[in-house]
Design a binder for this molecule. Sequence first.
Ligand code: PMP
Length: 360
Amino acid sequence: MIKDLINFGAGPAALAPSILAAAAQAIVNYNNSGLSILEIPHRDGKHFDEILAESKALVLDLAGLSADEYEVLWLQGGGRMQFAMIPMNFLAQDATAGYIDSGFWAHDAQSHALQYGNIETLCSTRESNYTSLPIVPKNISDQLSYVHYTTNNTIYGTQFAQIPECSSPLIADMSSDIFSGQRDYSRYDLFYAVAQKNLGAAGVTLVVVKKNMLDKIVRKLPPILDYKQHALQHSVLNTPPVFGIYVSLLSLRWIQQKGIKNLAAENNAKAEALYKEIERNSLLTAIVAAKNRSNMNVVFNALNEEMEHELIAYCNNNGIVGVKGHRSVGGLRVSLYNAISMAQVQQLITVLKAFENEKK
Ligand code: PMP
């Protein structure tokens, strides 16, 4: 039996059926190698080397970057490990990094940095519960060790349309919108994304870093926390999450085959259809103003909390899961990552309409 629920969860998120089938096959017998992907050695100079080489080539191709200029790393420890590694590597004790405080994860990244050096909050919407995006100043100092921001705020459903203008090194957490639309990746000195949203399974984080950043590491670190050591060891400094990286490779192939331009158009159409229904539906209200809305995470409320619980249960009864808002903000949230199809969004819209009719 194959899975039959539609998962609109924010992550671990839905994966395309063809990716799940290929991953399942690889567990049974990887590429007719006679071994499971769970058993293949990571230093045999063969299977895993091919997986790493192809995934690196795909990441660089999708991002429009060159292997001469950028390193592609597959690391463990999730988003929070990057929140820590970035300041450990690039923020000296007497130096200052700039943070754009646009949500819970952006703020958490900033809190991690405080332990290593000084931080300047460049702008923040914390006071208004992050329901809108802060206005990014135009005159960001070029003396900062780096500027960090989160391209898409998964919990609050806000997404930056513009890349901040700055001449200090630019670092971005793209965990919830990487390769979901067109973007000038060459503007970044480092970007990262946990895999469990648009890029595969939990347990692996993609980090793309400009080579010249690796000469700016400010302190002696254990190798496992040092970007340069990971780059020198080509992501096999320790036993890597082979299966997770393979699922990311399958996801990258899938993205490549679809084409980012097509995915961008599809993602916009999916989000537009859902926001339109939320605005039409007499029981629902979108939380974020149109200009700041994310096309990955759509957050909204029903008339009251009790109705939200009812709607979540109603969706569950109709084969739809993952629409509950993040535990810190409540409400409802529908995540529309790459793997979600327009047909699935239409199915959700039909259920939202039926719920409204039932309540009349
Ligand atoms: N950044 C963003 C944008 C996120 O949505 C999340 C949540 N998955 C994280 C970071 C934290 O990731 P992790 O749970 O892997 O630490």
